[in-house]
Design a protein around this ligand. Structure first.
Ligand code: ADP
Ligand code: MG
Length: 259
């Protein structure tokens, strides 16, 4: 009933492949090899505009590699990455219109909160007034109004996470990618933040591709869950669908259905 409440349907599972015309991100047969074993093995994945997709899988299953390929930090050995229908081969990181937030969020310790949030705006050549307005707007959005002058060192873990999120959102990326975004936080804070994030993304219409090894996080955040195993997609579907109908022994075990 929890999932039915959240999806607002309670009915049959949502189809897991969005229509091509709506695909903001399209991965076609993407393969990445480090040595013999592929980290990504012919992965096909589509993300529709405004969709929140969570990739769930154990450590080493290829989640971070997937995000790095989309961001342009890692080259694919085979396959194609399309954003808004355009092949990204040769397109550098800063021209892809994607935002990437890592697990260890890495705020710049020598800059204050505003300096951190404004980072991507400065890179884009935004003027001072635009920067100031946008920074305050973002800090309000993540629940830290007026925190611009604070030093990074005075922030709690949860506050740092919010600043990192504001920084990632600042240049209005068409695709926001989160790599274990709440990994460093304790469980109760994580559960609260994940609900806030979902509301925030819905409000902004942000398209999100997040990866996590934490199924609670994935199920609470996602419109669609993608389960990865050894560089392949083991299952993709609505949270309800994946939860109720694990497609394989691996997925069932990973979700904790041990018997
Ligand atoms: P996950 O994020 O799901 O934990 P990764 O994408 O980080 O998984 O890694 C997938 C596989 O690729 C792992 O076996 C990992 O050891 C390997 N791998 C990732 N990055 C590199 C790299 N730069 N060099 C060599 N092997 C790597
Ligand atoms: Mg990882």
């Amino acid at each position: 009933t929890d999932f039915a409440d959240r999806t607002g349907t309670g009915g049959p599972p949502v189809a897991d492949a969005p229509p091509v015309a709506d695909a903001l991100l399209d991965l076609e047969g993407v393969t990445v090899r480090f040595g013999a074993r592929p980290a990504l093995d012919a992965v096909d994945l589509r993300v529709a505009a405004h969709e929140i997709v969570c990739v769930l899988g154990p450590s080493g299953s290829g989640k971070s590699t997937l995000l790095r390929v989309v961001a342009g930090l890692q080259t694919a050995d085979a396959g194609r990455v399309l954003l808004d229908g355009a092949d990204q081969v040769g397109v550098p990181v800063h021209r892809r219109g994607v935002g990437l937030m890592f697990q260890d969020h890495q705020l710049f310790p020598q800059r204050d909160v505003a300096g951190n949030v404004a980072f991507g705006l400065r890179m884009r050549g935004a003027g001072r007034t635009e920067q100031t307005l946008r920074v305050e707007e973002l800090l309000e959005l993540v629940g830290l109004p007026g925190a611009g002058r604070r030093a990074v060192a005075t922030l709690s873990g949860g506050e740092q996470q919010r600043v990192a999120l504001a920084r990632a959102l600042a240049p209005r990326p068409k695709l926001l990618m989160l790599d274990e975004p709440l990994g460093q936080l304790d469980r109760s804070l994580r559960e609260r933040l994940v609900v806030e994030l979902r509301q925030l993304f819905a409000q902004l219409g942000t398209t999100v591709l997040a990866v996590t090894h934490d199924q609670g996080e994935a199920f609470a955040l996602a419109d669609r869950v993608v389960v990865m195993c050894d560089g392949r997609i083991a299952q993709a579907g609505s949270p309800l669908d994946v939860w109720q109908r694990p497609a394989s022994e691996f997925v069932a075990r990973f979700l904790g259905f041990d018997n």
